[in-house]
Write a protein that binds this ligand. Sequence first.
Ligand code: NAG
Ligand code: NAG
Ligand code: NAG
Ligand code: NAG
Ligand code: NAG
Ligand code: NAG
Ligand code: NAG
Ligand code: NAG
Ligand code: NAG
Ligand code: NAG
Ligand code: NAG
Length: 395
Amino acid sequence: MAAVKTNSCRVSSLFFLFSVFSLSQSLFNGGETFRRKLEVVLNPGRLSPPGGDLLHVRAVGDNDTLHYLFCSQGAPTLLLVHTNTTTSTLKVDWDKFLERNVSGSLKVEPESSIVYSKAVVVSRLLEYDDVNDTAEATSDLFPPYDLQNVSWSRMNLSGSSALLCSSALNNGSLCLQLSVFAEEGRDQPWPRLLHTGNSSQLAVWLDGVLPRATRSRFLLELQAAGGANPLNSVEVKRSIDDEYSPSVFQVSQWMSNSSEVGGFVQWRPVAYRRSSPALEEVTPCRHSSPRRPSDEAAVSAASGLIKAFYDEPETFALNVSFGLSGEPFYNSTRFLRWTVLVGVGAPPMDTFSPLVLAIMAVGLGTPMILLLLGGVYVCIRKRAAPSAAGYDPIN
Ligand SMILES: *[C@@H]1O[C@H](CO)[C@@H](O)[C@H](O)[C@H]1NC(C)=O
Ligand SMILES: *[C@@H]1O[C@H](CO)[C@@H](O)[C@H](O)[C@H]1NC(C)=O
Ligand SMILES: *[C@@H]1O[C@H](CO)[C@@H](O)[C@H](O)[C@H]1NC(C)=O
Ligand SMILES: *[C@@H]1O[C@H](CO)[C@@H](O)[C@H](O)[C@H]1NC(C)=O
Ligand SMILES: *[C@@H]1O[C@H](CO)[C@@H](O)[C@H](O)[C@H]1NC(C)=O
Ligand SMILES: *[C@@H]1O[C@H](CO)[C@@H](O)[C@H](O)[C@H]1NC(C)=O
Ligand SMILES: *[C@@H]1O[C@H](CO)[C@@H](O)[C@H](O)[C@H]1NC(C)=O
Ligand SMILES: *[C@@H]1O[C@H](CO)[C@@H](O)[C@H](O)[C@H]1NC(C)=O
Ligand SMILES: *[C@@H]1O[C@H](CO)[C@@H](O)[C@H](O)[C@H]1NC(C)=O
Ligand SMILES: *[C@@H]1O[C@H](CO)[C@@H](O)[C@H](O)[C@H]1NC(C)=O
Ligand SMILES: *[C@@H]1O[C@H](CO)[C@@H](O)[C@H](O)[C@H]1NC(C)=O
């Protein structure tokens, strides 16, 4: 009889634990996961165009479509177009597109279905000699690597991810890898940004590029172009959980300051000094505040995709600088990798993972259970004790 009782006890407590775990799982995954259907086409309607490739990923949701376009005609550019139908399509007039002098040669149709669009251009790589180790790029800048004039490899596709490299940049290579996602998750290498089915990830890395000074540091210039609600402010948020990107407690979000939910560019303010980094190879990075470039026409001229899609885009640009004063210089490893998320809607926010929650539950729950058990034990002992043998009233 007693054996049966303890068994059923064990089963019910197991069941209880399991249900708590699955409840926390579903709470923090938002229940059912949202999933898009991805269609990937390289150079739709044209074989190996001269001057660079155009990747098109169509991500179809329940009643909307996201078009991701990634292009190496000129400076590498990612264009994101959100439409409110599942039937919108891309149309490219290749002859005009390759001439790069008129807008309207690349369209998403029907145009009335476009809810939002934004393009991000990786425009320049800047290098400076940080002689006094201040990590301020005020003077001693070397001539920049203008990424529109760099010769890019053909895009290498694997699944819904594309690799673009320039392999002759001062004896090294500069690579960009775009990954488009169907659903929520995280990529393996740090910073393991949380992505959703409404975002894509761009990793940029420098490998073996010879520095032009022993104390060289680098900056990357990004430009964001689009219609209404330009990306004109960067917000830095703190997070309390660094489980996925060790020692990083901040996330930067480049968005529009208007209240309308449009799109975002999000990153952890770190770069990595090795391809499989250890903790000490994490290097902090900073951003400048977004500002209008002095010459907006030059932005369109630098990127074939922006020229083709936008008529008169509103543009904001910022610099991301790698390394702080006192940090090792680029020459120490000759490698730098930085990752950014580009998407529509609200930027994804990290919450505590089920693992951390379980640890917290055990950490906080165990003393409570011990207290409870202790109380029960005392109660039982009191009841079981024969009252006759107890204390008699003094009087
Ligand atoms: C998408 O379509 C479904 C069913 O057609 C509808 O219930 C839902 O509200 C729609 N969602 C949006 C965001 O329009
Ligand atoms: C674009 O360039 C082509 C050839 O370079 C030229 O024939 C055409 O007239 C130009 N179009 C415009 C609108 O400038
Ligand atoms: C899609 O968006 C356009 C422009 O915002 C709007 O006119 C149209 O009614 C929308 N269509 C649907 C199905 O929501
Ligand atoms: C570095 O420090 C020296 C001495 O303080 C100063 O003369 C020089 O201008 C500084 N160089 C830069 C680039 O700031
Ligand atoms: C890159 O090419 C553009 C257009 O050909 C030119 O105007 C610009 O000066 C070049 N930049 C560099 C750094 O050579
Ligand atoms: C494309 O990438 C795969 C794996 O990422 C690699 O094995 C292959 O050599 C690459 N192809 C080219 C042409 O770079
Ligand atoms: C850079 O590349 C050139 C040609 O490929 C080679 O001759 C030279 O030795 C390389 N320099 C270094 C420092 O590796
Ligand atoms: C992604 O976009 C779809 C359609 O607009 C929306 O229903 C969904 O909530 C979005 N997901 C996230 C995580 O923002
Ligand atoms: C980079 O460091 C190496 C030693 O690690 C040194 O030989 C080389 O000269 C340095 N490069 C430059 C450009 O100073
Ligand atoms: C957004 O920023 C612009 C200047 O960059 C400013 O004029 C505008 O008032 C701001 N809007 C809001 C809602 O803060
Ligand atoms: C990025 O930094 C360089 C060098 O300091 C500067 O010339 C350029 O204007 C900066 N770009 C932006 C967008 O702030």
